[in-house]
Design a binder for this molecule. Structure first.
Ligand code: ZN
Length: 456
């Protein structure tokens, strides 16, 4: 039998671990710089293999902060191994681990899947359900997401929540606290990390409707002179796609922080998705605060403000990636990438922001760009099944063909839906027929998770 006098133990459970909850990740043995797949870890009798010393290290991103998530990961990892002698290459972790007690984690690790080593994050993104459809959506979590091993659920809330900090910003069809808790409970039961979203910066209007924030606080509008038309058309003289808020308005962030904090608390979330996609209005020359400023610096400044606010409570910031891609050089479109000079913000924002890199028409390989810049990244398909299947294969390939440093940044995939939740569910449960378009988000959802299932 092979013996490993010194085994390095790589903790890679981070993105889906949070305090008080079950561990989702996986563990590797590393021997001579090569990882042993996590599923072997379950079957190895470590002591019988001659492991005398455990050297623990966590992914870069998990050692940056000493929040309790990482303590849970590390502590439990030690429990699994049941080995008293270990060293940590992070002093902080050593201090935390030495105080760890008990040896109770084995069942959790036993439940982990080979899938976790291939694609650590398997995510689904959808609009907030309406209150009347809440139970149907909770059923969907139980019956469809959990069996497919979805482990992250992004819910686009915006202002459809009954905010107690700012009741004036509560929009129509708003979920109550108890509605949200039903989703949270279903997710917890099925080991799904739930993350709420409110669109920040852009997407403050849609077609002929001004969003709730600018309805209530019109002073926050970056372009108040642009009137929302009765009948929206693109293109238009104002280049109006969606309104933006002015990131330099002095009254803005106290309001946003209240909303974000309240939403993260009720969702018991360890991350918040701030949207920040498709921002067309930024640094407008007529804005008294932003005129003459660099759009990249404005965009990065807003990312940093939100990031720093979340970091104070140990939470991650997730954003869409399109404003960080150079549209003209890459040939990517005006929505899918930036033509308004925000893309240099990629070098100005904190590296622990998680990037949701969406591409719906081609399997563009931009995830590699984000990972090489130091970001953790998810590839996000929408409604073309063949593209999603290719993106699954690409993500597995990126992970397989990368250094450990890069590999840890390729988190996985997130299926997006972009329709009302009830419409998605109706399509999902409808019987396919010749009149049903093939390229729908529900078909893509099925195809993507089938492709992922086949990896097991
Ligand atoms: Zn401004």
């Amino acid at each position: 039998m092979d013996t490993w006098p010194l085994a390095e133990f790589l903790i890679s459970a981070g993105p889906s671990v949070w305090p008080g909850h079950k561990i989702h990740g996986h563990a590797h043995m590393i021997k001579d710089g090569t990882e042993v797949p996590s599923f072997l870890c379950r079957q190895v009798d470590w002591l019988a293999l001659g492991v005398k010393e455990i050297k623990g290290r966590a992914h870069d991103s998990y050692t940056r902060k000493a929040n309790s998530s990482y303590i849970v990961v590390a502590r439990r990892a030690v429990r699994i191994l049941n080995i008293n002698s270990f060293t940590m290459n992070k002093t902080l972790f050593s201090l935390l681990l030495i105080s760890s007690m008990g040896w109770a984690l084995a069942p959790a690790l036993m439940a982990q899947d080979k899938l976790d080593s291939l694609l650590p994050v398997r995510s689904f993104c959808i609009d907030a359900p309406r209150p009347v459809g809440l139970d149907s959506f909770v059923n969907f979590i139980e019956r469809e997401l959990a069996p497919r091993k979805v482990n992250t659920l992004l819910v686009q809330i915006d202002y459809h929540y009954q905010f107690s900090s700012h009741p004036e910003l509560t929009d129509s069809f708003a979920l109550s606290r108890s509605d949200v808790k039903k989703m949270v409970a279903a997710c917890r039961k099925n080991s799904i990390r739930i993350i709420p979203q409110i669109n920040m910066l852009g997407h403050q209007s849609w077609a002929n409707r001004t969003g709730k924030l600018l309805q209530v606080y019109p002073d926050f509008d970056e372009t108040p002179w642009v009137k929302i038309p009765e009948k929206y058309e693109w293109p238009n003289a104002d280049n109006l796609y969606c309104k933006s808020y002015c990131p330099l308005h002095p009254g803005l962030h106290p309001v946003l922080f209240d909303l974000i904090g309240e939403l993260c608390d009720v969702f018991e979330s360890t991350a918040f998705h701030a949207g920040m996609d498709e921002v067309f209005y930024i640094g407008d020359p007529r804005c008294p605060r932003c005129a003459g400023r660099d759009p990249a610096e404005l965009f990065a400044g807003e990312v940093r403000i939100l990031h720093d606010f979340l970091a104070r409570s140990g939470r991650e910031l997730w954003i869409w990636g399109d404003r960080l891609l150079d549209g003209r050089t890459t040939g990517l479109g005006e929505w899918e990438a930036s033509y308004n000079n925000t893309y240099r913000a990629i070098d100005l924002i904190p590296k622990d922001v998680v990037i949701c890199d969406w591409h719906y028409e081609r399997a563009d390989k931009t995830a590699v760009y984000f990972a090489m810049k130091g970001f953790r990244v998810l590839t996000c398909p929408w409604r073309q099944s063949s593209i999603a299947i290719q993106q699954v294969a690409d993500m597995v390939s990126y992970r397989n063909q990368s250094t450990p440093e890069m590999k840890s940044r390729f988190l996985g995939l997130m299926e997006t839906t972009w329709s009302r939740t009830d419409m998605f569910l109706r399509g999902f449960y409808s019987v396919p027929n010749a009149a049903t378009p093939e390229n729908t988000s529900w078909n893509c959802f099925r195809a993507m998770f089938q492709a992922i299932d086949q990896l097991r």
